[in-house]
Design a protein around this ligand. Sequence first.
Ligand SMILES: O=P(O)(O)OC[C@H]1O[C@H](O)[C@H](O)[C@@H](O)[C@@H]1O
Length: 450
Amino acid sequence: MKIIDFDISQSASLITDDSIQKLQPHINLAHQLLHEKTGPGKEYLGWLELPSKINKEEIERIKEAALAIREQSDVLVVIGIGGSYLGARAVLELLQPSRLFGTQKGRAKELQVVFAGHQMDADYLYHLKHWLKGKEFSINVISKSGTTTEPAIAFRIFRQLLEERYGDIESRKRIYVTTDARKGALKNLADEKGYQSFIIPDDVGGRYSVFTPVGTLPIAAAGIDIDELLCGAAKAEKSLETPCLKSNAAYRYAAYRSFLYQQGKSIEILASFDSQYHYLCEWWKQLFGESEGKEKKGIFPTSLQYTTDLHSMGQYVQDGRRIVFETVIKTEESKESVLVPDTGDNNDGLEYLKNKELGMINNKALEGTIMAHIDGGVPVGILSVPEKSAFWIGYLMYFFQKSCAISGYMLGVNPFDQPGVEDYKRNMFSLLGKPGTEQLRQELEVKWKK
Ligand SMILES: O=P(O)(O)OC[C@H]1O[C@H](O)[C@H](O)[C@@H](O)[C@@H]1O
């Protein structure tokens, strides 16, 4: 039976199953806090039963909007940052590998999804604006608060471009807003202009929102089957209901992290041997980093793409400070077959690999790397994902959400807030001269001797 599993048996010399099992009482407590909705952040647990309680009518509305976008445009500009951006990007990059090279070649009228508002890089926005010349485009602006600076600026830029191109009335039909049901500047603007709007539920935080319209609208617009995605998430919700460590792989993963953190391992590397997982790793970093990095505690989540990074960071992992552990994503099947060509000579010394599958070679690299890292004192957990499909990515993302919540409760923090993120924003607003922030500006000038 196909399933996402988490296995640490190869690292037995560094971490035993027994030491994980001993954490069952802690897991039970965390499970209780989560499922009885009594823990910190309990007002943000809407994601927990979201896949099984999905509103069918809303899904139909999303599919209709996705179809309309595909009919009216060549390009969808998705504007958002953090949890309002990474989930959709992760799914797109994982399931549409040809995106990595720009276009969806060979397909009739394929909508291209591009991202903006995830930074304030002037050069990027300038070139994107110019690239859109002569292309039909629509916008999906996504912001739960409706006030985040980066997407708000990008939305101004692309809304202006849209209005100049299509005029006020037509451009209103090309703007799709995903935001709070009641409050925020974006909500007000959407009401005023009559943009088609989608709601981010109050009880679902940004980094847990991929199965809401935050993720599903751009994912559906890209032509990915959101029923399958949600079906995978619902399957995970059901399969990961039990607190029993032996049968709940997400809880085993949480316990493994918790155990290693107590042993002084403060950095977790999420590694994959498949470049399509890059943005899934970025999404995972926000999920765990924002959920756990508080009160001067928490594992620092980072990611590496192998074998690429074995040629840059491999040295550190193998032989640097022993504060690192690794979680390796292993996908069983490569979708495509690529063979090492038989060139009729052995000048490069690769004759022994002729006609061999690249997928098989990559797999041997994975096996060899895991052995080397364990020998070097790095515990490695293997997260096996049956295939790269909408169903299994849905399952995987729910798996991570659930393990993150449990891991956060085991750490003793609120896994659903992010108070620290406000500090840079406060300073930035003051330095930009936002009205009402004069006092802070003076304090900053004195402190930093400007
Ligand atoms: O959706 P938004 O309200 O625009 O927020 C986007 C992101 O910005 C923040 O600063 C938060 O730290 C993130 O958790 C959030 O996902």
